[in-house]
Write a protein that binds this ligand. Structure first.
Ligand code: NAD
Length: 486
């Protein structure tokens, strides 16, 4: 990205003042970073409540996209999401439209100046932002069963994992940990883990490790000092980034970045706190720390360092807004404006007890994804999903076998992943949703025409098929789970 740092010019950024406490904390944030020497040219766009009320369900004016697509840097204050249906999440819209694939959330304790359960905590959660269960592909398949597709892709995983290692290198972090549940989801989370191992090998200077997400989450909650940077698929990252921010004690102080190949968005993790709006009470630190991440991103690490160290010194000096003020620890309770003034007054100073920051480099970003050689794919069967409330496993098998064309054979039927035919147990509870696996009678490859013939005959036999999944091998490796409950 051509930046102000390289050109000597101010970098255009898009800013949105948001709702509730948004305008106050944005003003304070911009005031501090400009006093620290930020070379930025803010362009203001409108988002949030007023826009929703004008009937725009995404909460953003169409004209705002022009600024966002041009500046490619978005500093966003929180907005109030109107109650009731029909409104889309602005964050999801911006994230998806601009392809912001990485969500980065530093979770830091400021012990002993801000109350925390984990004094030494300093963990960065890097969450994949576009894939996993968040593709929003859901179906009601039968009377009893809903489905949500979990999509993990090689390009998406390579990008996020590489981003995590690049982040670690840039920020002098020693270790990247990966959380997945690949003991259960061997293909989807298995791919994430496999790609993690591959990419980790390219960064021998950075330690790497993998944890199963359940025990990893427990360890994170109990001993966060064991972690440094943690990279995760979308759902685990969504849940655990909130847990991590909460246990650091810094929910009101945490900022986050959403990074894409073409654009990036920076914001506080808290909401618009409408009850505190307009009273000069709110803590601007979350948005300010997001703005520090933005300064590093746009190539102004010197300004980021200066501003961040002055902020640390302010926190250390006990100049606190009401939300973190504690009798006996804090020295002075201040409002939003006075807090910003206190930070500005400390520009050029460093903290004495907390660790000072020293940003040195600009994010180079992650190199564009390069496809590797394509695998050799062979179709060796098909899973036909059937909706039936009337059948037992054996009567369904009988009906399907009668409808199976020559050359194919019914191999197995499962219900919720548990094999019920052949050799099922009568104790297994069955819903109306059956997976019926067909493979070539001789174990070889099958054709699309064979699947079409099968479906035609199954349909003609009055069996309600609801979807199919082709069973393929890739370079001889099965691209499907093999049996029950694996
Ligand atoms: P909230 O984060 O706004 O407030 C939770 C609590 O924290 C409140 O007691 C509030 O007073 C306090 N608080 C939050 N930020 C603070 C700050 N900077 N300084 C001092 N105190 C602060 O969460 P909520 O009340 O659940 O949500 C309020 C609105 O914000 C809702 O409309 C919600 O949809 C929206 N929201 C927006 C975003 C976003 O724009 N990214 C994120 C979360 C919530």
């Amino acid at each position: 990205m051509a930046t102000g740092a390289e050109t000597g010019q101010a970098t255009p950024i898009t800013v949105a003042y948001g709702d509730g406490i948004g305008p106050e904390i944005m003003e304070a944030t911009l005031r501090i970073i400009e006093a620290a020497g930020a070379r930025i040219a803010p362009e203001r766009i409108e988002i949030g409540e007023a826009v929703y009320e004008r009937g725009l369900s995404a909460g953003i004016e169409p004209s705002a996209w022009e600024s966002l697509r041009r500046t490619r840097v978005f500093l966003k204050a929180p907005i109030t999401t109107p109650q009731g249906g029909g409104f889309k999440s602005l964050n999801v819209t911006v994230r998806k439209t601009l392809g912001l694939y990485a969500n980065v959330r530093p979770c830091v304790a400021y012990h002993p100046f801000v109350d925390t359960k984990h004094p030494g905590m300093d963990v960065v959660i890097v969450r994949e932002n576009e894939e996993d269960l968040y593709a929003g592909i859901e179906h009601r398949q039968t009377d009893q069963v809903m489905q949500c597709l979990k999509l993990i892709t090689r390009p998406g995983t390579e990008k996020i994992v590489r981003y995590a290692f690049e982040y670690a290198r840039l920020h002098g972090r020693r270790k990247v940990t990966c959380f997945t549940k690949d003991n259960i989801m061997k293909l989807t989370d298995g791919l994430f883990h496999k790609v993690f191992d591959e990419v980790a090998a390219e960064y021998p200077d950075i330690e790497n490790e993998h944890w199963i997400v359940d025990i990893g989450a427990a360890k994170l909650a109990d001993t966060p000092d064991a972690f440094d940077v943690i990279v995760m698929p979308n759902l685990y990252g969504d849940v655990l980034s909130d847990v991590a921010a909460q246990i650091a004690g810094s929910v009101g102080l945490a900022g986050s970045a959403n990074i894409g190949e073409h654009a990036a968005m920076f914001e506080a993790i808290h909401g618009s706190a409408p009850r505190r709006a307009g009273q000069d009470l709110a803590n601007p630190s979350g948005l300010f720390l997001a703005a520090v991440m933005m300064l590093v991103h746009i190539g102004q690490p010197d300004v980021a360092t200066r501003a961040h160290n002055a902020w640390l010194r302010t926190i250390e000096d006990g100049i606190h807004t009401y939300d973190i003020f504690e009798e006996g620890v804090s020295r002075e309770k201040v409002g939003t404006k006075a807090f910003a003034d206190a930070v500005i007054a400390r520009l050029g100073q460093e903290p004495q007890q907390l660790t000072p920051v020293a940003y040195t480099a600009t994010e180079g970003g992650v190199p564009a994804w390069q496809p590797g050689p394509r695998s050799v794919k062979a179709m060796v069967g098909v899973d036909v999903f059937v909706d039936s409330i009337d059948h037992s496993p054996s009567s369904l098998a009988e009906a399907l076998q009668a409808a199976t064309p020559e050359g194919l054979a019914l191999q197995m039927i499962t219900n919720r992943g548990v094999k019920v035919w052949p050799d099922g147990l009568p104790e297994t509870f069955c819903t109306d949703h059956w997976r019926c696996r067909f493979q070539a009678a001789d174990g070889g490859p099958i054709t699309h025409q064979q699947i079409v013939d099968l479906l035609q005959r199954v349909g003609a036999a009055g069996i309600d098929f609801i979807k199919t999944e082709s069973l393929c091998t890739f370079d001889g490796e099965p691209g499907f789970s093999l049996g029950q409950g694996q």
